[in-house]
Every structure is written in C-alpha cells, then in structure tokens.
Design a protein around this ligand. Structure first.
Ligand code: PGA
Length: 264
C-alpha cells in the first residue's frame, strides 16, 4: 500500500485526480471504477476542471460505479445514478451509454449482479477503482463481515451506514435498507485502487484498514491484499496511523510521486 498524507482534502483530491488524468491519457478505452459519497466530490470537480481547461478527454472512457441503493429509481434525488450524473457525468464528455451504475430496480437482482460482473470482464476489467471508506470500514457497500471473496450482490446496510447517509434523505426512515454493491473480490481485481478518506471521523477506519489485521470487521483492510492500492488522506484521517512519519518519508522519496506538480 502507498499512503499519501496531504495537508488537506483539496490537495489530496487534486493529487488523486492527477493520477487518474495521467492514467486516462495513457490508455485508450480506459475503464474507471467510480464511487459516490461526499468524499470524492472535490476529486470529481478537479477532473471536470481538467476536462474543461486541460483537454482531459473522456470520450473513450467507460465507467462502472461501485454500488446503488435497492429500490431507488435512477432519477430519485438520492440515487447514486443521479449523484454521478450531477457530480461528474453531466460536466465531462463521457458517453452516457458508457457509464454503468448497478440497477437498484432490477426484477432479478442476482441475474443483474452476475451480468454486471460479466460486463466489467467484457470491458477488460477496471483500470483504476476510486474508493471512499465508511466510518465502519466499508468499501463500496461491503459492510463488516463481507467476505473478501464476495462478488457483486445485494446486501443489507448497517444502521451505522443508514445513519451516516441519512443526510441525503428526508429522514432516516427514508434510507433504503438494501443495496447492490461490487464485492470485495471484484474490487481487489481492479488494476489500481485509489482510496480517499478525509476528516477525523475516518481516522479509526483508516488505521484499521492500513495497520490493523486483515479482518472482515474492517472490509477496507482487504486492500492490504491489493497489489496497487494508493490511499490519499488529509491530516485528520491520518491522525491515528502509527507509522505516519514512515509513510511521509516514503512519499517524499518517491520519484513517481515527486513527478506530480500537485505534490510541490
Ligand atoms: P462519505 O461516504 O464519502 O459520504 O463519507 C464514504 C463511504 O461510505 O464510502
């Protein structure tokens, strides 16, 4: 794992966007795995800026989102399809037909999940997967006790996650109980995983993910098994890491990371 601790969320988001920019320009037909939530919003804003001001071209990019609520129509104000359209897709030149978000209304959810996996494979696999982390350590909507071998499937949200996300709904009662999410096994097959985490509320989950044991109670700890996982943190999210000085030294000594002007 590579741990990049930046002074604030904006700087971390800009560096993460620069990594994605470089990867998209290097590979026609790039496959981008996307995440929702508050965390990736500044990173998406930076991708939009790069599209508008620096010619970042999404016309041949294909995307797969991690997850969706069960039972929400795509145009529901809190659906992840709507979130993605508003926060990113409507502002870049990606072909809407090349953007995929799991279907929370599929009549046969299991069949739709199997098809989602098949479609990711047919696209050549995810090149870079963007991830947030829940305060309970979830990645995608893989809640604690999710198998590290899990694939795209439906599951039940924890009360903690429903409470965390209630701010997007009229009330806690309106937050769906179910979701469909790529599995941890699916996420581990991405070529590169980039995780963003900001704020003190993520510090425990991040410490467990990076320095704790591999454990289904912290689904993000599965990233310890990922061959190319890059974690972008602000100081608050990094505050409970024991080896913070070491990660900072590795970061500062890396020619790759120092090649980004965002680090200067
Ligand atoms: P947040 O959600 O970015 O809104 O904190 C992260 C997540 O649940 O993965």
């Amino acid at each position: 794992m590579e741990i990049m601790i930046l002074p604030d969320a904006q700087r971390a988001s800009e560096l993460c966007a620069a990594v994605i920019d470089r990867a998209i320009r290097a590979k026609p037909g790039f496959v981008l795995g996307l995440a929702t939530g508050s965390t990736p919003v500044p990173m998406y804003r930076e991708l939009i800026r790069r599209h508008r001001e620096e010619g970042l071209d999404f016309s041949r990019v294909r995307s797969f989102n991690l997850d969706e609520y069960l039972g929400l129509a795509p145009d529901h104000p809190a659906s992840y399809r709507r979130f993605m359209n508003e926060q990113l897709f409507d502002h870049i030149n990606i072909d809407p037909a090349n953007t995929r978000v799991p279907d929370g209304l599929a009549a046969d959810i299991d069949a739709a999940c199997a098809q989602y996996e098949a479609d990711i494979r047919a696209a050549g696999g995810v090149d870079v997967q963007v991830l947030g982390i829940g305060s309970d350590g979830h990645i995608g909507f893989n809640e604690p006790a999710s198998s590290f071998a899990s694939r795209t499937r439906s599951l039940t949200l924890t009360r903690q996650t429903r409470q965390d996300n209630a701010r997007f709904f009229a009330s806690l009662d309106d937050v769906p109980h179910g979701c469909v999410t790529m599995g941890i096994g699916t996420i581990l097959e991405s070529r590169t995983a980039v995780m963003l985490a900001f704020g003190a509320g993520k510090a425990d989950a991040i410490a467990g993910a990076i320095e704790g044991p591999l454990c289904a109670m912290n689904p993000a700890s599965a990233l310890q098994l990922h061959p190319d996982a890059r974690i972008f943190l602000d100081e608050a999210a990094a505050s409970k890491l024991k080896l913070k000085d070491y990660y900072n030294e590795v970061f500062a000594r890396s020619p790759y990371w120092q090649s980004f002007k965002e680090v200067k």
